[in-house]
Write a protein of this length. Structure first.
Length: 330
């Protein structure tokens, strides 16, 4: 800064004002200082500025996997929303779904300069009493049942599922089979429970659940099992990737979609409209989820306090060609 001041012929205080965007600097002086900065390759020391302000303008994000569509799109939305607010994102991946790995991620937070934390982890990984979250750090959790402890932002899992099942029942299907996600997943459990409750409320039979792991390959394996059920005319898949594998399995088994079997997914991934047939699905607004996650931690930072509660982002049915009324012989 002293070198810039000497080259520009101004005081170090003036250089500081220019680097911090202070409005009280004459334009000609500002241009002179900026030219000196460029000539000397000067960059303001962000760490020193952060220490002075007590703010690093960085949000830490802890998550388990980037292999699922939901996590990737949520992280993308968080990064975009944070950037709009002038914040960077530091990613702390948890490589194994164990409490030791989660504990290690939180420990690393003490070594990093972050102002707030967004957590994208299954709730069972947060249940260990040995995990100690940093005190007085704003925390928001995505898609979790931990709203009694933290501020939670989630898609309306129950409402979306009810809409999917209701759509199939309204088409005339006697009941709806379910291709569920992994049982340890909060979202998978919420969707499976809502599917079951909707069928019970309508007095319909509740078929046995078939589980996948969110991947298209697991959807294919489960699909071969479901295709062997002659009475199966409607399936709600807990995400679009599993629905993709399911469609392949039904095709190979000679079960036409939607003439013989109707399929609804959940997510509305960009490729869903290009499936064969194009997939009817529940749309999740990942952009809004990411925005609310960032908004939540920033509100806590500005208020100087943490909070608990839940904010739900609405879903909607996107009807395409994978659903239709059942054949009369069913």
């Amino acid at each position: 800064m002293a070198d810039v001041a000497r080259l520009a012929g101004v005081s170090s205080q003036t250089v500081s004002r220019v680097s911090n965007g202070h409005p009280g600097v004459v334009e000609s002086t500002r241009r002179q200082v900026v030219a000196a900065m460029e000539e000397l390759g000067y960059r303001p020391n962000s760490a020193a500025r952060a220490l002075k302000r007590g703010e690093f303008r960085t949000i830490g994000v802890i998550l388990f996997t980037l292999s699922t569509t939901g996590n990737v799109r949520t992280l993308e939305a968080i990064a975009a929303s944070a950037a709009q607010q002038g914040y960077a994102v530091t990613l702390l991946p948890v490589m194994l779904p164990t409490q030791d790995a989660v504990r290690g991620a939180f420990t690393r937070l003490d070594e990093l300069a972050v102002d707030a934390i967004i957590i994208i982890l299954e709730v069972h990984l947060l249940d260990a009493v040995t995990i100690s979250l940093p005190r007085h750090v704003p925390i928001v959790v995505a898609a979790s049942a931990a709203d009694d402890l933290y501020n939670v932002v989630d898609t309306d899992q129950i409402g979306g599922t009810r809409t999917a099942v209701q759509h199939l029942l309204d088409l005339g299907h006697r009941t709806v089979w379910h291709l569920a996600g992994p049982d340890e997943s909060f979202a998978a459990r919420a969707r499976a429970a809502a599917w079951r409750d909707t069928l019970v409320e309508h007095g319909r039979a509740v078929p046995a659940v078939v589980h996948g792991d969110w991947s298209a390959e697991s959807g294919y394996r489960a699909g071969l099992e479901l295709a062997a059920e002659p009475a199966c005319t409607a399936i709600f898949a807990a995400n679009d990737q599993m629905a993709l594998g399911l469609l392949r399995a039904l095709h190979e088994a000679g079960r036409a979609v939607p003439a013989e079997v109707s399929v609804v997914g959940f997510d509305d991934i960009p490729d869903a409209a290009s499936f064969l047939p194009p997939l009817t699905t529940i749309h999740q607004d990942f952009t809004e989820v990411g925005r609310l996650l960032v908004e939540g931690v920033l509100q806590q930072m500005r208020a100087g306090s943490t909070e608990s509660g839940r904010r739900l982002v609405p879903t909607r049915l996107v009807r395409r060609d994978s659903t239709a009324p059942p054949r009369r012989d069913h």
